[in-house]
Design a protein around this ligand. Structure first.
Ligand code: AMP
Ligand code: MG
Length: 344
């Protein structure tokens, strides 16, 4: 299959891009499309054959359910048994946006979408192309991230092409994803809401909107999301993550030692850490949580394609949005060094 990247902005823009992509999906095909979190690989949710293709193309384990993307909070209602009050409150506060809600599903939702679970995960993206595509298809789209399972998620059309060349007919190019990491996944089926996967919408944000406590999966005993048990976001080179209060001193000392030993060292860190010894440096901008989110997957991909022996990554404080960043970096790392005050 020849994969075409359809440009939707600039002088190569194709005004027919959305129509081509929607027709491909209505015919049972898959299309990669931009969202504000990461690029998605979409199929029509009522087409079982198309959904199976998603799992095939990604090599995704069949017990890992998909997120259903809608163009309007109302469109989610056709998938549910009943509409929880929390759905209405959170839809008003955070839709469109990087929050996925897990609710009880009804019989219209196929088992392949939810991996047989009685619940379904629903999100309304804010990227205009994603919304136009869903509207043009006329049905919700099941769409996991547009990467082969285990790789970092793509945040540009070029990165989606690296993952899917020859496997899908179309990739819609909508520029770099504004956020750059996947949505917060929140289960609202239980007595307390539970964050199954942290994201840039935090527990504090959700708790503020709902006026109730929000738990993280680690505090909630039984509640688990099937996807979180798998390894994700792995670069093709061994990566050491430096966490804790003195991560910066830790990474500087390690880099100096490795360079002295003659190793080729990649450093993934905020711009201000460029003074650290390195063979290749990839900047995470000013190092705020938003900068990490926006550039870290591209950084992991960059080093996967370079001849470095080891990648050293500077961690970030693990609270609020930093929880979402460190959740991804911990899964990407082969080694984690916790460097706190007493280690110096
Ligand atoms: P991805 O689309 O690849 O970013 O992954 C989707 C995430 O949502 C995975 O972590 C899934 O386990 C999670 N997810 C999707 N549907 C459900 C559901 N019904 N219950 C719990 N987690 C879900
Ligand atoms: Mg994914």
């Amino acid at each position: 299959m020849t994969t075409r990247v359809l440009h939707t902005a600039g002088k190569d823009a194709d005004p027919r891009a959305i129509a081509f992509a929607a027709e491909e999906i209505r015919d049972g095909g898959l299309v990669a499309f931009p969202t504000e979190t990461v690029y998605g690989l979409g199929a029509e949710i009522y087409n079982e054959g198309a959904i199976r293709k998603i799992f095939e193309v990604k090599g995704r384990p069949p017990d890992n359910p998909l997120i259903v993307h809608i163009a309007d909070p109302e469109q989610g209602i056709e998938l549910m048994q009943q509409v929880p009050d929390r759905y209405n409150v959170l839809a008003t506060a955070f839709m469109p946006g990087p929050l996925t809600l897990v609710v009880q599903r009804n019989a219209s939702v196929l088992d392949v979408v939810t991996a047989g679970l009685e619940t379904v995960a629903i999100r309304m993206p804010s990227h205009p192309l994603a919304l136009e595509l869903i509207r043009a298809v006329g049905a919700p789209l099941a769409a996991p991230s547009a990467n082969v399972s285990g790789n970092p998620s793509p945040t540009t059309a070029e990165e989606a092409y690296e993952e899917l060349d020859g496997k899908v007919a179309f990739i819609l190019d909508g520029g770099r994803s504004d956020i750059g990491i996947e949505s917060t996944v929140l289960d609202i089926t239980g007595s307390k809401p539970v964050i199954l996967r942290p994201g840039m919408i935090t527990g504090e944000d959700i708790s503020g909107a709902l006026h109730e406590d929000v738990l993280h999966a680690s505090e909630a005993g039984e509640v688990r999301s099937p996807g979180v048990k798998y390894r994700h976001y792995m670069p093709a080179v061994p990566m050491t993550l430096f966490a804790g209060q003195n991560a910066e001193d830790g990474i500087a000392a390690a880099a100096e030692r490795l360079i002295a030993e003659g190793q080729r060292v990649g450093v993934l860190a905020p711009e201000r850490m460029k003074r650290i010894s390195h063979t290749l440096f990839y900047s995470l901008g000013k190092g705020a949580t938003l900068d990490y989110a926006k550039y870290m997957y591209s950084g992991l991909r960059f080093f996967s394609a370079q001849q470095v022996d080891v990648l050293l990554c500077a961690g970030i404080e693990e609270e609020h949005q930093g929880l979402a960043i460190m959740n991804r970096l911990r899964k990407a790392a082969t080694t984690i060094r916790e460097i706190d005050e007493e280690d110096l």
